[in-house]
Ligand binder design. Structure first.
Ligand SMILES: Cc1cc2nc3c(=O)[nH]c(=O)nc-3n(C[C@H](O)[C@H](O)[C@H](O)COP(=O)(O)OP(=O)(O)OC[C@H]3O[C@@H](n4cnc5c(N)ncnc54)[C@H](O)[C@@H]3O)c2cc1C
Ligand SMILES: NC(=O)c1ccc[n+]([C@@H]2O[C@H](COP(=O)([O-])OP(=O)(O)OC[C@H]3O[C@@H](n4cnc5c(N)ncnc54)[C@H](O)[C@@H]3O)[C@@H](O)[C@H]2O)c1
Length: 445
């Protein structure tokens, strides 16, 4: 039997942060993970994805500049790119664990569950704690269609040593689109089967449509309003059956990735025995990130029912959960959250889209345009560049911004500063920026 002030489940972005903050405040802290330490973002999410993307970006840049200063064919060497991410990820588990231990946190490995409101058990160890923190994140959504066991996930993507000739992604969300763009640039014939009527459904249709057009030009075959029905293995390949407009179609391919979303990792924890209520697996928390049904429990990161599952939010929520455990009442103040899909071009967004602003009866003006001919894209033959910004008539504040461009993920951060610090769009436009730069383009929006 071990007793802690705080016991954290999960060693990803959120879990590590809570554990370290609580320990630094003088509390006795233990942490556990049921797999290697370090979590999703650094090992099987954002970071390895961006490392892989670096070669796609380099190739794309060089190809666009052919005949305008660059000559010679440039291609992606996937095996080298695979080794490149391995070199980055391989030390993360050990480094994460040793840094937690050096801070005086007790580190455990195991797959445990709750037996009552204050007791967690794994192997032959029993843990009691004043506070438990659930930071177990999410995992790929399992599908139940016939042949589901043939489907690979985003985790398998990062273990792929060589690229096949053909690939199918089920789901054209963040992961499906980001991976498709990398694969198409590596020479793979990609098909996306997406049940919705647009790709990247959380994004404003105006910018998602530009990406749709670019993706098609890149050679990606996108089947919208199409739902996967089954997958069968045939002669060492896979036949994907999907429904569209009432009939069933099929595609033969080498690999099929399930990129239909992610679900909270809470099933094996038996949170019900601890009196912690969940909603579709997500831990239901109040604005202090405390379980609404057991005050000994906090939750943060992807596993909560609070925010979008993104790394900056796992960080933010981890910090708030720690502050509440250490000091008491510190509610999470709602913030405007920027988000970007790392395709080429990138699609980025913050705040309300036009339909949402109308539904909320806002009075606003829409600044929208195609900037493909502007200097920033022209100088690198980068092609697509478009924006839509919603500005409140009364306050002059930005209600929402939506951009598709080579650097949309950076430009959107300027809107985040403005929206989160009450800077009007006019003041943003009046700011002096470097020239020529993407930030400076805001003056012409
Ligand atoms: C392919 C991909 C690309 C992404 N790209 C981006 C991006 O570019 N930008 C961005 O902001 N976000 C991105 N995300 C999302 C981002 O990775 C997550 O939001 C973030 O990692 C969540 O952090 P977390 O600490 O909440 O959970 P995690 O990092 O998932 O940590 C949860 C930890 O809990 C452990 N765990 C699970 N179950 C148990 C259990 N029963 N007992 C003990 N431990 C358990 C897990 O092993 C894991 O170590 C991406 C995700 C994926 C999959
Ligand atoms: N750049 C980033 O910030 C980034 C990158 C990757 C992941 N993420 C995070 O991870 C989360 C999960 O990403 P994701 O791409 O797995 O999920 P997602 O929710 O973004 O996309 C899933 C897509 O699959 C479609 N779909 C679901 N079931 C289907 C079916 N049976 N047949 C066909 N299509 C189907 C959905 O309509 C949706 O478009 C995201 O919500 C995001 O928060 C962020």
């Amino acid at each position: 039997m071990k007793k802690y002030d705080v016991f954290v489940l999960g060693t990803g972005t959120a879990g590590k942060l809570v554990a370290n903050r609580c320990k630094n405040a003088g509390l006795k802290v233990g942490i556990i993970d049921n797999r290697e330490y370090g979590g999703t973002c650094s090992q099987r999410g954002c970071d390895p994805k961006k490392l892989l993307l670096a070669s796609s970006e380099a190739v794309d840049y060089a190809r666009n500049m052919q005949g305008d200063g660059v000559e010679g064919e440039v291609n992606i060497n996937w095996r080298d790119a695979y080794n490149y991410i391995r070199r980055y990820t391989q030390n993360i588990p050990d480094n994460t664990e040793s840094s937690l231990k050096e801070n005086g946190i007790d580190c455990y490995h195991g797959d445990g569950s709750f037996v009552d409101e204050k007791t967690f058990v794994f192997d032959d160890t029993t843990i009691t704690a004043n506070y438990f923190v659930i930071a177990t994140g999410m995992q790929p959504r399992p599908l139940t269609i016939p042949g589901a066991d043939h489907l690979l996930t985003s985790e398998d993507f990062f273990k792929m040593k060589d690229v096949p000739e053909k690939m199918v992604f089920i789901g054209g969300g963040y992961i499906g689109m980001e991976f498709s763009h990398m694969m198409a640039r590596a020479g793979v014939k990609v098909t996306i089967i997406e049940q919705g009527d647009q790709i990247l459904s959380p994004f404003e249709k105006f910018v998602a449509d530009y990406l749709m057009e670019d993706s098609i030009k890149l050679g990606i075959d996108i089947k919208l309003e199409s739902t996967l029905s089954s997958v069968e293995k045939k002669d060492g390949r896979f036949v994907v059956h999907y429904g569209n407009e009432g009939s069933i179609h099929q595609i033969t391919t080498d690999v099929v990735y399930n990129t239909t979303g992610r679900v909270p990792s809470t099933k094996s924890l038996h949170l019900d025995k601890a009196g912690v209520v969940t909603d579709q697996g997500s831990v239901v928390v109040n604005d202090c990130l405390q379980s609404t049904t057991n005050e000994r429990f906090y939750a943060c990161g992807d596993v909560t029912n609070m925010n979008l599952p993104l790394t900056p939010l796992s960080n933010l929520e981890g910090a708030i959960a720690a502050k509440n455990i250490i000091e008491g009442k510190h509610p999470l103040v709602p913030v405007d959250i920027p988000s970007v899909a790392f395709t080429i071009p990138q699609v980025a967004s913050i705040g309300l889209n036009e339909a949402q602003a109308k539904n909320q009866n806002k009075k606003f003006k829409v600044l929208k345009g195609d900037a493909s001919g502007w200097f920033n894209t022209r100088r690198m033959n980068a092609g697509t560049y478009a924006y839509k910004v919603l500005v409140d008539d009364e306050t002059g504040m930005v209600l929402g911004a939506h951009i598709v461009s080579h650097e949309a993920g950076e430009t959107i951060n300027l809107f985040s500063v403005a929206m989160n610090h009450d800077i009007t769009f006019q003041h943003l436009q009046q700011t002096v920026f470097t020239y020529p730069s993407w930030a400076n383009d805001l003056k012409s929006f």
